[in-house]
Design a protein around this ligand. Sequence first.
Ligand SMILES: Nc1ncnc2c1ncn2[C@@H]1O[C@H](COP(=O)(O)OP(=O)(O)OP(=O)(O)O)[C@@H](O)[C@H]1O
Length: 548
Amino acid sequence: MAAHVPLPPGLPQLLKAGTRYFSSQQESLFSHITACRALALCLRTSYGPLGRSKLVITHLGKPLFTAHAGTILRELELENPVARMLGAASQAQEEETGDGANAVVLLAGALLDNAEKLVRAGLPVAAVRDGYEVACKEAVRLLPGLACHTLADLRDPDRVAWVLRTAVGSKLFGYQDFLAGLVARCCVAALSPEGTFEPDNVRLCQVPGGGVTDSCLLEGMVFCTEAESRAHQAHQARIAVYCCPFGLAHTETKGTVLFQGPAEMRAYSEEELLGRRVRAIAEEGAGVVVVGGRVDPLALQYADQLGLMVVRLNSRLELQCLCRAVGALPLASLVPPPPGALGHCRHVYLTEIGSTAVVVFRQDSGSCPVATVLLRGATTELLCSLEEAVTDGLNTYKALVGDRRLLPGAGAVEMALAVRLATLGTYIPSPEQYAILEFAQALKTLPVALAENAGLPVNKTMAALEALHQLGTATAGIRLGEGGAPTMDAAREGVLDSLLVKERAIRLAVHTATTLLGVSHILVAKKSGGPKVRAENPNWDLEPDALE
Ligand SMILES: Nc1ncnc2c1ncn2[C@@H]1O[C@H](COP(=O)(O)OP(=O)(O)OP(=O)(O)O)[C@@H](O)[C@H]1O
């Protein structure tokens, strides 16, 4: 008989058998910090315009070549709950502002790292959290005072391009002037008359081949697909959009038609019904039919007889976007379009870009709410980086629509805050002062990462940067790329970051760090058992009959 092992008194007696729990500081707090440190170290090499990319192989085996923290974290299936929390904070930043995801992870990682030092030195965790919260409030209060530029006119493409250079260049360094101009033009084109901007109204279409500078902006939409019909172009066309297949709908279950006599049987003809429907669409004035499903060969034959152009799109999102671009109403079944359901487009045509067939819906009216950026590049990796750069630019413009103030970039604002918080920390006569001083040190992690990734001498660069900030140059940042002095005036050089993005990143990083510091116990429930996993079938390639 197995000996009965009594459970230790206390919490273990209250929990279900199999539940694991960790309560000591070593097990709960320091293990958290180790997990977050590992994640921050992984993303640190991808920070800034000269950061290195990661090759991520997704769960479907697809290789992804990216330096974008949001994409890396989305594809990494983190198991550790604490690392998952930090990843979720970074994703929240990505979803809210579209930028600054890496900064959240780096800052939160540095804050936790420094908190470990303080706790090991004997400072209570509560004092560390309070100190971090005081420092965060002060940093957020100081940020507006550090703003060096305000975007006066959201519709001026030259000024917009100047402020978007940093966001665009941090993913594709070297092409920032060309790309910022392109993004600025499409942002201005997609800005609504009420002054709101929706990044979804700018579509990105990757077409392999050519060089980055062959990328261009088009008013309307471009799809990497071919026209199904013989008609390959239509001008001043009216467009009918259907989210269903182009043919008769078939029910999922089998149906039986009962005929009462030969006359009824002769009258029942699916072909005729289909012909009537396609003719009705053409009679309503449609010249182009866009469908979101399978194209029936017979329906296509009728469309060809009537000279209709038929285009099939596989994505529901693309269909919705096309409806916005041409002003059409999407229809759920193949019925004649009711009044007001037809859209209008000046030019619809099939063409080839590089060696890729594309269907273009071009408006050229100056009032189309949707714009498309045609991205050109020699390799898939380059096209992905190009897409990330343009997406960052669009998101930064969206943030600027919310708040037009800009801060000096290149590590300037982090160093300016670090210097001011260090001064504040020295004058606070309470244990929180140590946490405030460590907060100031943690902020320096971001310029240090920029300098490290650019291959600059870190100590010399940081010393030069700090000296300038101590002397009161709040806009001094790290010079990347060219030789010469290790620092520059970020405001004058046009290296600018959105205030809104920076503020949210600081708030999120501090919130995540203080939340994790507030955890005292970790309780892990026993995994629920699902059905037993079947063993591998040694005869997997044989038909069941062959085994009998
Ligand atoms: N030309 C430049 N010179 C100096 N610093 C730059 C330059 N371009 C961008 N930076 C700085 O790089 C930092 C942004 O880098 P990055 O875009 O990699 O970070 P992130 O926005 O946090 O990450 P992600 O875009 O992956 O979410 C900003 O601090 C910005 O000021």
